[in-house]
Design a protein around this ligand. Structure first.
Ligand SMILES: CC(C)(COP(=O)(O)OP(=O)(O)OC[C@H]1O[C@@H](n2cnc3c(N)ncnc32)[C@H](O)[C@@H]1OP(=O)(O)O)[C@@H](O)C(=O)NCCC(=O)NCCS
Length: 188
């Protein structure tokens, strides 16, 4: 697989997916710091402490340098305003990656994640030569499941009470798409 020492900028109709910079930290803290965003994600804490966004951005750059994953800021193509973030966590030996994403509450329901994830799938199966991309969501977060369906992923199963979030055990719904399914969809 190709070297991934940089995060390529991806363009869609309304969005630019670019590397996160330290200047994005205040917007990351404000948007990811909303309880609604933390509620259905595994790794976003609430409350979102000062300094955490800077730490997270630096950590994502380090992961990109190591080849273990890519995280993009999702920004408005014309204003560069930050909407959210999207990532691929890559397992090179298996040529597969896990897709993850969040979008700030003011921007929910605009189709931004679907648009961003479609571009990231294209990059994963195209430039990165991945064989499979998978994702999962809390069963109580059907909007995320709908996004996975809209980008062509197939529901593969449910891991019952697999994750502990706070004081509850969460059912996790798993989705995936194989290279040949993606190729068939884009050439259709
Ligand atoms: C999940 C999340 C990324 C969706 O972002 P979004 O920008 O609203 O997504 P989109 O607009 O691209 O698509 C949402 C789809 O879900 C649908 N949807 C919304 N609420 C729904 C619900 N309760 N049940 C079923 N579908 C729902 C929308 O109608 C839309 O589908 P449509 O285009 O067919 O109408 C966003 O809510 C978010 O960031 N949540 C917090 C973090 C998170 O949960 N991340 C994902 C972890 S797996």
């Amino acid at each position: 697989m190709p070297e991934m020492d940089a995060i390529p900028t991806l363009e869609t109709r309304r969005l630019r997916l670019r590397s996160l910079t330290r200047a994005d930290a205040p917007a990351v803290q404000r948007l990811a710091g909303a309880p609604e965003v933390a509620d259905t994600t595994l790794n976003i804490p609430h409350p979102y402490a000062d300094g955490l966004a800077e730490q997270w951005i630096a950590g994502r750059a380090e992961v990109a340098r190591s080849g273990a994953g890519l995280t993009w800021a999702i920004v408005d193509r014309s204003s560069d305003a930050l909407f959210g973030a999207i990532s691929l966590i890559i397992a090179q030996p298996h040529q597969h990656a896990e897709l993850g994403y969040w979008i700030g509450l003011p921007f929910w329901g605009c189709g931004y994640i679907t648009e961003a994830a479609t571009a990231v799938l294209g990059h994963g199966f195209g430039a990165l030569g991945l064989h499979r991309i998978h994702a999962h969501h809390f069963a109580r977060n059907p909007a995320s499941g709908r996004v996975m369906q809209k980008i062509g992923m197939v529901r593969e199963g449910c891991l019952r009470q697999h994750i502990r979030k706070g004081d509850r055990f969460e059912d996790i719904v798993c989705y995936g798409i194989l290279r040949q399914e993606w190729e068939a969809a884009v050439t259709r």
